[in-house]
Design a protein around this ligand. Structure first.
Ligand code: HEM
Ligand SMILES: *[C@@H]1O[C@H](CO)[C@@H](O)[C@H](O)[C@H]1NC(C)=O
Ligand SMILES: *[C@@H]1O[C@H](CO)[C@@H](O)[C@H](O)[C@H]1NC(C)=O
Ligand SMILES: *[C@@H]1O[C@H](CO)[C@@H](O)[C@H](O)[C@H]1NC(C)=O
Ligand SMILES: *[C@@H]1O[C@H](CO)[C@@H](O)[C@H](O)[C@H]1NC(C)=O
Ligand SMILES: *[C@@H]1O[C@H](CO)[C@@H](O)[C@H](O)[C@H]1NC(C)=O
Ligand SMILES: *[C@@H]1O[C@H](CO)[C@@H](O)[C@H](O)[C@H]1NC(C)=O
Length: 313
């Protein structure tokens, strides 16, 4: 009994399907309808929400700590360096406002993030692409330095990436599958331009980067210092959630060193090969998202249900 309780606290064992079925039956429809309304006019939002969910879960567990604003006393995760380009907070607020009108104090901000990540990505398919278990509760702490310490850097190598995921109870398989999230969205030049202009400090290029692709990237990112220009990570289908990330990765066109690193290990390379097949990718992605969505969750009576997602009660 005690063992089950202990496990439940750390691996999401207490999350379940349709947690709000009785307490707020419309909850999941409200999230989906507002998400779809916004995505239909703003096609970059799915990438924002998918990344927001990842950042939330990797720092203090999936507890909506990523949504808290800094206060006079505290610099929150939102204001940490890896926050670059996090967005969509206004949509989360609109969803929360509607949920508070319909069933006050019931639906957590942490569950909203998990649902909106799924629903926004699913918009292009007009059906849910993976299952989201619910019942998360919201944390009361958000610290910028913890974002820096827990979110993997785009310059990580295979060893440090694998360790970063292992620290969250995720496997090598999860690492490769979830990196497929980079099939949508953009990256800022300065996060990869050392690969183009100064890889080892000798004004050289990263030899593991496709030289045709490097030449293309150099037309977009014209200097090492450019921290405003963004480039699509999956050129040609950056708004489409598909397995194309793995196809371009195999052509050495992954944007970050962390993408390229997935080809530097045999086991990892084999997983990349498998995921080129889109049916396989979709199935595996759903499963790994379930694992990611369960990291360090607060359930039962832990934490709280925030009234407003950007501030603790
Ligand atoms: C494996 C370790 C990972 C590293 C090192 C990494 C790093 C990055 C970096 C540096 C960016 C660009 C941010 C910017 O320039 O604004 C980015 C974007 C993105 N990441 Fe990751 N990421 C990782 C894993 C993930 C995971 C697990 C997901 C979700 C399943 C994810 C989803 C995204 C998405 C959707 C974007 C695009 C955001 C946008 O368009 O604004 N990433 N990632
Ligand atoms: C901020 O610090 C002041 C003074 O130490 C304290 O009174 C206040 O409660 C703190 N606020 C928060 C949100 O921690
Ligand atoms: C990210 O952090 C910077 C400060 O480091 C802050 O100015 C900016 O508003 C933050 N972005 C978001 C989306 O919160
Ligand atoms: C990976 O990066 C870490 C930390 O920077 C470093 O200590 C390690 O030697 C690197 N591993 C490889 C195989 O390059
Ligand atoms: C390239 O890196 C080296 C070593 O870190 C540094 O001394 C040099 O200034 C860099 N070049 C540019 C153009 O930034
Ligand atoms: C971008 O670079 C400029 C100039 O170096 C710097 O002032 C600014 O703070 C940087 N912005 C971000 C978001 O890092
Ligand atoms: C480099 O990318 C091009 C497409 O831009 C592709 O045709 C080619 O096979 C790639 N080369 C390598 C070595 O992966």
């Amino acid at each position: 009994m005690l063992i089950f309780v202990a496990l439940g606290v750390c691996n999401g064992g207490e999350l379940r399907k349709k947690f709000y079925k009785k307490s707020c039956p419309e909850a999941e429809d409200i999230v989906k309808n507002i998400a779809w309304k916004h995505v239909s006019t703003n096609s970059v939002l799915p990438a924002k929400f998918l990344r927001m969910h990842f950042h939330d879960c990797f720092v203090r567990g999936c507890d909506a700590s990523v949504l808290l604003d800094s206060t006079a006393n505290n610099t929150a995760e939102k204001d940490a360096t890896p926050n670059l380009s996090l967005a969509g907070f206004d949509v989360i607020d609109e969803i929360k406002t509607q949920l508070e009108k319909t069933c006050p104090g019931i639906v957590s901000c942490a569950d909203i993030i998990a649902l909106v990540a799924r629903d926004s990505v699913s918009f292009q398919f007009k059906k849910s692409m993976w299952e989201v278990l619910t019942g998360r509760r919201d944390g009361r702490i958000s610290v910028a330095s913890q974002a820096v310490a827990n979110i993997p850097s785009p310059s990580f190598n295979f060893t440090t990436l694998k360790q970063s995921f292992a620290n969250k109870g995720l496997t090598l398989h999860d690492l490769v599958v979830l990196s497929g999230g980079h099939t949508i969205g953009v990256g800022h030049c300065n996060l990869f331009s050392s690969r183009l202009y100064n890889f080892t400090g000798k004004g050289d290029q990263d030899p593991s980067l496709n030289s045709t692709h490097a030449a293309f990237l150099k037309t977009k990112c014209t200097s090492l210092a450019d921290n405003t220009t963004t480039v699509t990570m999956d050129p040609g289908s950056s708004l489409s959630f598909d397995s194309n990330y793995f196809k371009i990765l195999k052509q050495n066109r992954g944007m970050f060193q962390s993408d390229a690193a997935l080809l530097t290990n045999k086991g990892s390379r084999n997983i990349v090969d498998e995921l080129v097949e889109s049916k396989k990718f979709f199935t595996e992605f759903g499963q790994s998202m379930e694992s990611m969505g369960a990291i360090g969750v607060l359930t039962g009576t832990s934490g709280e249900i925030r009234k407003k997602c950007s501030v603790v009660n």
